[in-house]
Structure formats: C-alpha cells, structure tokens
Design a protein around this ligand. Structure first.
Ligand code: BES
Ligand code: ZN
Ligand code: ZN
Length: 482
C-alpha cells in the first residue's frame, strides 16, 4: 500500500532516505531533522557514507531507524538505475520486519517520484502464492509505504499503472493448468464488472466453428480446454472516434505441438499468454484511469497441446479471412491464432489502428535479448508514438525493419501463405510479415515480447524473478498521450 503526505515525520518503522552525492557533500538536506543531519555529517567526515550509487547505510537513532541510500551523481543517474537502487534498499535485510516505511526522495520532480513509486510497487513484487514457508522477503509488497511528498494526481496514476502491470505478472506467473481460457474469461469479467460503456463479445469453440476461425481452432485442437476469442469494447469517447485495438497472444501453454519443444525450451512456456496478460493489465489501467478513448481489448486464447487430435505439420488450414495457410511448423502457432483474431477484428469492428502483442519468436530473444521488446510496423508515425511512450516509461522497444522482400519468406508452394519463414533467417520480422498480411492495410504495429516478458535467471533492473508485465506501461502510456 502506498500513500503520500507533504513532509517527513520519521514516525514509521523505517525511514528510507535517498541522497545524491552532491546533497551528502553539501549537507543540503531536504528534511529538517538535526539528529539525522548531524549523523550524516559525522558519516561523511569519516568517509563511512558518501552517497555514492548503491550505498546503503543504517542509522539507529533515538526515536527512529533510518536507512540512508546513496544514488551517486543525480545528474548522470538513469531512472532505471535509480529504481534498481531504491528497490535494493527496500529488499535489504534492514526492512525485513518493518511493517511501515517512510520514503524520502532526493528530488521531488514527477519523474523521480514516479520512478520511486515503481521501485516500491514493481520492485518488491513477487509471486509467492505457492510459497508455504520462508516467504518473509517476498512479502515485501505487503508493507505500508508513505512517501514524504505532496500528493498529486500523477502519483496516484503511477500507482494505478503499477497495479495493472502486477495483475499481468500474476497471470503470467500462474500455472498453465490454472489459467485456462475459462479462468482468463473470469478475470476479464471481474476487471470490467460494474463499469458502464463496456461490452463483451466472447467466441467459444462453437461460435468459432460457425464463424470459421480455422487457424485458431486448429491450434487448440489437441487441448481439452476451449479456445476463446474475447473482445472487450471500451467506449470512452464519442462514437465517431476510431477504435484502437490491442490484440494479445494468449497461449496458455505452448508445447510446440507435434513439432514438440525440447528440454530447455518448454519449461517457461506458461508465459506464452503474456500478450493477453498485457492486454488485460492495460484494460484494468484504462478503466482505473477513466481514459477518454475508444478501445478494443482482444484476447486470443488457446493451448498448443498434443494428443491424437492435434493439428499437423504439412496441413493446409483455411483462415477466417479465407486465405489458406500451410503449417510449416506447429510451434509457430502464435501467428496463426493472431492472424484469425486480426482478421476477425478488422472485418467486424473496423478499428482505426491495431497493436498486437505476443511472445512470438525465439528469434527476437536472439536479436534483442531481454531488455528490448521488438517493434515492427510499416507506419513511421505509429512507430514514433510507441518509441516515445517507451522512452517515457522505460518499457523499452526497438524497431526492426519491415520490407517488401519478406513476402518471399512466407510464400508457400501449396497454399497462399506459410507459417514459417526461411530457416535461420529473419525469424522475428518474417513472423511479423505473416501477421501483416491479415491486417487489410489497417495501420498496425506488432510488439514481440518473447525476451522481455519474463526474468528467468533472477533480477533484471528493478524486476525480480518471473514475469515483468512488459507492454502494460508502454500501452497505457501510449493511450494516455495519443
Ligand atoms: N512461444 C514461442 C516463442 C517464444 C520463445 C516465446 C521463447 C518466449 C520465449 C513461439 O510460439 C515459437 O515457438 N516460435 C517458434 C517459431 C518457429 C517454429 C518458426 C520459434 O521461435 O522457435
Ligand atoms: Zn510455439
Ligand atoms: Zn508460442
């Protein structure tokens, strides 16, 4: 829980005091507390605390416990590093037993305070539902945090966006067999419950068969769970304003299908619904922020499972659009499900623009690693808007090229198009080219979050192990500023 009050009181279990090197040296402290100021003077004289980045120093004073946190030179410090440093202090053993924490930041500008809020809410998040013992560290997010800053609407908004991000993380971290399509449908219904100006269309297997969503149905053929296409229509603006459609890949588990994944590649595949999770997180934010926009939130949910009914490599499928698709590989299932979702939304809702988001290709991890989401679009204006939102939020994207020659990559000898490209070449952008061919020239951007969605090895930036909620902050900011 996070709250704000205008001045520091040093009345909580711990006060976390963030100081830059310059502040520490010049003794230009933003708080009026003689005892602390004297102590810091002594510490700087002895050299024990200098305010350099990453320094954490405990001060046990007469009435309060203070944790000094150095961030080095404020002018050259990135907000990424700032969030990481604050997070490290909050997760240090000094705060282990604290129930309430006061936070004093070195600078009260919006961007710094909002970054500190993210350090608290994103930084101390952990998925501990299945931990029955020894979860004191991971319970960090259950503390009460009070910021000594004047309350502002911007800060409340930052809290909201973190909550939407953490909802996405909870969904991604959940077991595949728990977060079935039925479960995700319930989550979506809970999020929209009681809100006006929202309508839902849900296509289950039967409706999909009637509408001939041949690609989506094929991918789910080997699963005992229903496929679902869930479309939330959010009407926040006048009817003549166009709709922005967010379309998320929701593969609740990706075994690879008959082209089965091998050990080392399958263990994390519960994350393959991260696109849908990001769409749900953005939906939650949109409602909480009461955004004045018309938006479609689309979740294309399936499970790429294996049994005797599973779809087969070499088969030709008929898509909702009517285009025929050769299955080069059953593990390239995301683009199949997304292609039908894109066609369905284009035909029945005619959105002004589409942003799809998906853990689509391992090749994107090879190309960009874990810190940058792949952005693909043929629309420069769209690209600029998303890159701008990315720079503002630190939810990073990097544009990859789309070019006419990619058409050759997805050509099929027996069908209109094929779901695999040329072996070992341009896997991320050829997947995007496949999707592009279903957009009917609707302005479109594609986000590949295969690398950014999940922290497999432990801490990255200010995120711990597990899901990061990549895309939620980006898409929410895009809506706020466009
Ligand atoms: N879900 C995977 C992509 C993925 C890989 C996401 C690693 C997150 C981490 C996707 O469905 C997939 O398997 N893609 C194949 C495509 C190939 C068969 C053309 C891949 O990237 O290997
Ligand atoms: Zn796959
Ligand atoms: Zn997949």
């Amino acid at each position: 829980m996070v709250s704000f009050r205008s001045s520091p009181k040093f009345d909580k279990d711990v006060s976390v005091v963030v100081l830059s090197e310059t502040q520490t040296k010049s003794k230009n402290f933003p708080f009026k507390n003689k005892e602390i100021e004297n102590q810091i003077s002594l510490l700087t004289k002895s050299g024990a605390f200098s305010g350099e980045d990453g320094q954490i120093f405990p001060l046990n004073l007469s009435k309060t416990f203070v944790l000094l946190v150095g961030i080095g030179k404020a002018e050259s410090l990135s907000l990424t590093a700032f969030r990481s440093t604050v997070r490290r202090a909050l997760l240090s053993s000094y705060l282990k037993k604290a129930k309430s924490v006061e936070i004093l930041v070195h600078d009260h500008s919006d961007s710094v305070v909002c970054a500190a809020i993210e350090a608290v809410l994103l930084g101390t998040y952990s998925f501990d539902k299945y931990k029955t013992q020894d979860n004191t560290k991971s319970k960090a997010e259950k503390k009460q945090y009070v910021f000594a800053v004047n309350p502002q609407k911007k800060y409340d908004e930052a809290v909201t966006v973190c909550e939407g991000t953490n909802l996405a993380r909870d969904l991604i971290n959940e077991n595949a067999d728990v977060k079935t399509s039925d479960y995700l449908e319930k989550v979506i219904k809970d999020v929209v419950k009681g809100h006006k100006n929202i309508s839902l269309e849900i296509l289950n297997k039967k409706e999909m068969e009637k509408n001939k969503l041949g690609l989506h149905l094929a991918v789910n053929q080997g699963s005992k769970n229903e496929p679902k296409l869930i479309i939330v229509k959010y009407n926040g603006a006048s009817a003549k304003d166009g709709y922005t459609a967010f379309i998320g890949k929701g593969m609740t588990f990706d075994t690879g299908g008959l082209n089965i994944k091998t050990t080392g590649h399958m263990e994390t595949m519960k994350i393959d619904m991260s696109g849908t999770a990001a769409v749900i997180g953005t939906l939650k934010n949109t409602i909480a922020l009461n955004l004045k926009k018309n938006i479609l939130f689309v979740c294309a949910i399936a499970e790429n499972a294996i049994d005797q009914l599973a779809y087969k490599p070499g088969d030709v499928l008929i898509s909702y659009s009517g285009k025929t698709v050769e299955v080069g590989n059953t593990d390239a299932e995301g683009r199949l499900v997304l292609a039908d979702a894109i066609s369905y939304v284009v035909k029945n809702y005619k959105p002004a623009r589409i942003i799809d988001i998906a853990t689509l290709t391992g090749a994107c991890v090879v190309a960009l690693g874990y810190e940058y989401t792949g952005l693909m679009t043929t629309d420069d204006k769209f690209s600029r808007a998303l890159v701008h939102a990315s720079n503002e939020t630190d939810d990073r994207v990097w544009r990859l090229p789309m070019y006419p020659e990619l058409k050759e990559h997805v050509k099929s000898k027996i069908a209109d198009i094929k779901n695999t490209g040329l072996r070992g070449a341009a896997g991320t952008v050829s997947a995007a080219e496949f999707l592009r061919q279903f957009t009917e020239n609707t302005p479109w951007a594609h986000l590949d979050i295969a690398g950014t969605s999940y922290n497999e090895s432990g801490d990255r930036w200010y995120f711990g192990f597990g899901a990061t909620g990549a895309g939620v902050r980006l898409m929410t900011r895009y809506l706020q500023s466009n």
